[in-house]
Ligand binder design. Structure first.
Ligand SMILES: *[C@@H]1O[C@H](CO)[C@@H](O)[C@H](O)[C@H]1NC(C)=O
Ligand SMILES: *[C@@H]1O[C@H](CO)[C@@H](O)[C@H](O)[C@H]1NC(C)=O
Length: 401
């Protein structure tokens, strides 16, 4: 008795699972304990004479190429890190193509026009993007492999996935902080060249403007100016091709992220304080020598400028290609304040030494050489004093009090 039950338990479920799908696939009708979708899936994937092979590329006619339309939508820009030149974006990536094996007549299947299936059950393109910084070259395929595809009854397939891309972006800092950056994200097939595979940008509906970015995609630091796409065919030498000197043609779709820096931050926190400091330097010239604080004053300004320069250099890539305008501005400001410092020291020297003020010998040499250009020089000290300062009257002790 037990044996009979055991046999029934083992045999019955397998009968149930095999039998209805056979019934459904042969007729497209419902069997017992079977859904319309079971029938459709069986019809598409479990045909005994031509079973679906997920690793066979869907080219059904001789001499034809498989055309994949690639689209990408920028959902959010996270970060563009200048020192490491790394761009982090949240995007929706979508490919559409036609798989001639996956067509059906919706009327036979309760008017099911499309359905969703795990991407790994069908063939999908092995796309990568060149600028990837994920450290794992399968990342591009991974996003599709985990995703789901929508299949339409005419065989068109829509496979999309949301992903966070970390991508390399060469940054040109010459105009910092008034700079614009362009970052490419270039998709291509990992293995397939143009002999039977074409990757093109998505055809827009006529009259519709090409736009791949959400209005709110900008972040606090960058404004997204545009995200156009370009397709092209490029010669590339990879692996074995390199050894033989031949190149292969690969079709690529590049999405170019156009960014404009929101420079308010740099203006408020760097430029404006620096401007104030340089203006403050002017006041050292009207500060009386007697108060004895002139040098401390200018040196403090000089040090604060140095601190600002450090802040700037921390925030830009360490690149020798170009010097940003902000850096040039700080360098000039520091040079001017340093000159003011030197001038302060000289004016102390002249003012406090009074009558005993004496020019260094080299200065006198230089001034004496003026004699040969026609400058009348009678007495060293007097001439030097006239040239260097307009307030050279020796201070009397009663004025210092
Ligand atoms: C299997 O495919 C062949 C050729 O495409 C077709 O004629 C046949 O009806 C299919 N069989 C089933 C069970 O759908
Ligand atoms: C980005 O792509 C565009 C369009 O193909 C190309 O003109 C440009 O040179 C690319 N930029 C970089 C940095 O590769």
């Amino acid at each position: 008795m037990h044996l009979v039950r055991l046999v029934l338990l083992l045999v019955l479920p397998s009968c149930i699972s095999v039998f209805p799908s056979v019934v459904a696939s042969s007729s497209g009708q419902l069997g017992p304990k079977n859904t319309i979708y079971d029938g459709l899936l069986a019809y598409l994937f479990e045909n005994e004479t031509t079973p679906y092979k997920a690793n066979a590329m869907p080219i059904c006619e001789l001499g034809k190429k498989l055309k994949i339309q690639q689209d990408m939508l920028l959902i959010q820009l996270f970060d563009l890190d200048e020192p490491t030149q790394m761009l982090t974006v949240d995007v929706w990536v979508e490919s559409t193509w036609k798989d001639c094996r996956l067509t059906w007549d919706p009327k036979r299947f309760n008017n099911i026009d499309n359905f969703v299936i795990k991407a790994e059950e069908i063939w999908y393109p092995d796309l990568i993007f060149y600028e990837s910084l994920h450290g794992n070259f399968e990342e591009g395929m991974f996003i599709y492999g985990e995703s789901k595809a929508r299949i339409f009854s005419d065989g068109s397939i829509q496979l999309g996935a949301q992903a966070v891309f970390k991508s390399f972006c060469r940054i040109n800092i010459a105009q910092f902080p008034y700079d614009r950056q362009r970052c490419n994200i270039t998709f291509s097939s990992w293995t397939k060249d143009t002999s039977n595979f074409l990757l093109v940008k998505k055809e827009e509906a006529p009259g519709k403007k090409e736009d791949h970015a959400f209005v709110s995609a900008s972040n606090g630091e960058w404004m997204v100016e545009g995200f156009p796409s370009f397709d092209r065919v490029a010669d590339r030498k990879v692996g074995l091709d390199e050894a033989s000197g031949r190149s292969r043609q690969y079709s690529e779709v590049a999405f170019q992220l156009r960014l404009k820096r929101k420079y308010m931050f740099q203006q408020v926190y760097m430029l404006f304080p620096c401007m104030l400091l340089t203006w403050l330097t002017l006041f050292v010239f009207i500060m009386p020598t007697e108060c004895g604080e002139k040098i401390a004053y200018v040196t403090t300004i000089l040090l604060s400028l140095m601190v600002f320069l450090l802040m700037v250099s921390d925030n830009i890539p360490r690149s020798g290609d170009a010097v940003p305008v902000l850096g040039i501005y700080f360098c000039i400001a520091i040079a001017l304040v340093s000159l003011a410092n030197i001038k302060t020291i000289i004016s102390y020297n002249i003012s406090l030494k009074g009558k005993d003020f004496c020019m260094p010998a080299c200065f006198i040499k230089i001034l004496e050489s003026g004699k040969y250009v026609g400058l009348p020089l009678t007495h060293h000290n007097e001439a030097a004093v006239k040239v260097i300062s307009f307030a050279m009257k020796p201070r009397r002790p009663d004025r210092i009090r």
